[in-house]
Write a protein that binds this ligand. Sequence first.
Ligand code: NAP
Length: 559
Amino acid sequence: MPDQCGKPELRDCGSQSEPNSRFSDENGYRSFQMKLFRDSCWEALAHWKPVVWHWYDRRTPIPKLSRCAVSVASLPVEPFDLVIFGGTGDLAIRKLLPALYHRYIDGQIRPESRIVGVAREALDDDGYRTQVRAAVEGAVDHVVPATLDSFLKMVGYRPLDARKADGWDDFAAMLGTQPDHVRVFYLSTSPELFVDICERLGGYGLNGDNARVVLEKPIGRDLASANVINDAVGRFFAESQIYRIDHYLGKETVQNLLALRFGNALFEPLWNSAHIDHVQITVAETLGVGRRGSYYDRAGALRDMVQNHILQLLCMVAMEPPASLAPDAVRDEKLKVLRSLRPINDSNAAQLTVRGQYRAGAADGQGVPGYLEELGEKESRTETFVALKAEIGNWRWAGVPFYLRTGKRLPSRVSEIVVTFRALPHSIFDPSSGPLLPNRLTVRLQPDEGVKLWLTIKHPGPGGLRLRHVPLDMTFASAFGVQQPDAYERLLLDVVRGNPTLFMRRDEVEAAWKWAGPILEAWEASGDTPKAYTAGTWGPSAAVALIERDGRNWTEDAP
Ligand code: NAP
């Protein structure tokens, strides 16, 4: 059903949104919905004004598609309390609070809910609301002031140092005024604070059955430190209350992989080593480390990207069909993939992995400094680029390489999965018809989320039979006429609903570290430094050699 703007709805397909059965005040809720609807109509008018102007006067450029504010099908969740530890930090300001605002204007968050920022900075509620107002206005197009004002009424702040006792009595008393609310504690702080925060929450009895704790990455820097965090958090929260977030799993395209693979008869029979030649997963950034240098230098590309995001993507591509979409059914299948990854260690790391570190170069036509200059250090052995060849040792995937690569200061910002099918066994076409290229499925996470299936067709018109390799293109913005909701919008409400399907279970994190740890140890033991690459290029030449040795190339579909 189209929404009020005549566009397809932004429904959370597959989510566990149930009609809310606990509206104590039906009339009150309806009038809230009517108010939201009125506000949203104004918002929608503001949104469509440039489009109408374009139709009227074709000299004006087509405006960038933006989301439509209203969706009647987005069902509200129960009122909840969400506490963001690190509520003044970059992640909260740039991502979490705008995501909550979007869900609010979509009618999913009821006004009895509370959003409480926590950090050491001495702010009062109004001071924090000013920060949140600026955050939302900076991130959302066409904010309607009245709607933002009503959103901000739910927002409050408590100054707390996670490591000190002051202020916790007041904090616990404030939460105690709504004992029945689902309580979400989002730990958007450095992981060193996770244990202190959970101990205090436990000490104040705030870890009851209605409580959930969200852990941001990185969860540890190796298996041992991940176990320390998981053990400590596990002393106060049951595994079912712990939501380890990997925002890549909240991206529409990643969920679409489930729909593509298991909602179509077409792919699954071909989804194996008999028909798939290889898989590439690329997560490329154009930015350098910027202000995150001190964090990044302790992490590096393997810990920051491969151990979590890229392995999760690999799991979504490679897992067996789960019996259902029940959280543990999906996570059990992902775990099997992680446990089937062939070890990379000091015996084969030199052949199967490439590390790089960027030097000064160019980005968007501007000169940019190298990693060491940005860091302000003379030397560092931290990799800002990694490419590797992984293999999954099971019946379905034996012999199919998964080439993974990620890096900073690469030529374009792109995250995508490319599945290349095997070449045809025999060509009936004359060589003059053109090359017969293998089919390819490209699943793009950013930019321009969407799916392309590359097929061979005949070039239209006379002139003999000439072959063309063209994509069946389903870029979501043009296919559905809306921008995709941010991953955090989906994931935050999944926590409130108590749906952990798209979050990592402890055993998944451990299995990922068990595979990544020996690679880090092998690099450490080798004493080698990462290979230099110029900012604005696709990493060191050894990364090209890694795949070309196998007679293949990195695929770069034009965005
Ligand atoms: P950040 O900008 O440095 O923010 C840290 C927050 O924690 C601030 O609000 C800070 O405020 C608060 N804080 C620090 N020490 C505290 C203490 N002792 N007690 C209470 N609050 C304290 O960090 P961030 O970039 O938002 O990242 C937060 C976490 O998310 C990190 O683990 C990061 O790795 C992860 N993450 C971030 C991103 C991102 O895009 N930023 C993406 C993925 C994951 P005060 O200094 O006022 O206390």
